[in-house]
Design a protein around this ligand. Sequence first.
Ligand SMILES: *[C@@H]1O[C@H](CO)[C@@H](O)[C@H](O)[C@H]1NC(C)=O
Length: 399
Amino acid sequence: MRKLLLFGAICIGIYVAYEVQRIDVPAGFSKPGSLRIVKFIYGGINDLQNLCVSLGLVSFSDGKRFIFNALASTSDIFSRDRDWTDATWDNTKVRIYTNDKVEENGPAFVFIHGGGWVSGSPKSHHPVVQKLFNELQIFTVSLDYKMAPEHKYPGPEDDCEAAIVYLMKNAKIFKIDPKKIMVGGDSAGGHLSIQMAHRFVNRPDHLPSLRSIISIYPVTQPYSLSGPSYKVNENHHLLPTENMAKYWSLYMTGTFEWEEIFRKNLQTKCSYLKELHQSKILDFHFPNKYDYGKELSENEECEYSKEFWDQYGYLFQDDKFSILLKNFTNFPPTFLATMQYDVLRDDGLLVLRRLQKYGVKVEHYHDPKGFHVLLNLVDFCLENKQLIGSIVQFIKQHS
Ligand SMILES: *[C@@H]1O[C@H](CO)[C@@H](O)[C@H](O)[C@H]1NC(C)=O
């Protein structure tokens, strides 16, 4: 019996080693072996979760939250820094980072975590926020906004806005300057950061604009999940296309029902898609430096789901909902990060073009070896240090 177990363990070991070494990593990446293991674990968790979802054992959102929280608990246990306290501002839970070295009446940084508007928390993103706090020593708050599917669009946005308004109105108590509030986040948090900056331009209640924005590989558009970066990175371990389809369905509709529509790219009415292409809002021709070195077909036959469009198409045409349709006049200086190996790379490049069209001051950080989730791999690799270093520098210059 023991021999059989040993034999089994050796077989599994060989299989895992074989699978791990087969995983692609970007050429020149500083820690290829470790990244293969990270991708293997992420991919394995994702597969296991999909299995549990298809067996009806757990919902997609609960599964994702469970994983994020499990990872977060380990990070909380190992974290030595204790500069934070959890609080509730009106109805929004927040984690505040401050200590006696923070300058009085200085700037503040609001962090909005990623996780597809469905998962993640200040706990899951604690390592990166603590790292930024250590480097910056400015009053920092990480938002625990309510998420989809229970709170679909615009729930998460309203929550984040309420927290920022609370911070501005209580600036004296927190000893910060309400005119120097910067907002940033990753992925869905990068999306929410852009939405927040827009909500604070020329407000009727005369609250100040945000000082600057840090948007790390943001989600910016639901119109097409089949642009070049979506195609090339479709099965990426750290964010496969199918997960974005699930996130959009849950965020927009509060249900899983439309996941297949997004996965099959049937969400946008063909005539509207054509308009977006013609007006260059959705134009996937990027300069050579972003080339994947392959021909990627575009003008595919267009089909769409009339049922989806009749219910949700109005949001696609609404500049409150849609980032790419926004008028970015008076938008604050923005740090925008894109990663070559990321389905959301083109989402970033598309919004970059829009921001530049409106003359927004944008610092574009593109990592040709980067990928989704890189921000969270704190101190894991050189590429993470460079990204965090650039964010810190930008915040110091724009606070
Ligand atoms: C954007 O908004 C500004 C200021 O409100 C306005 O002057 C400008 O015409 C608008 N641009 C477009 C393209 O709508």
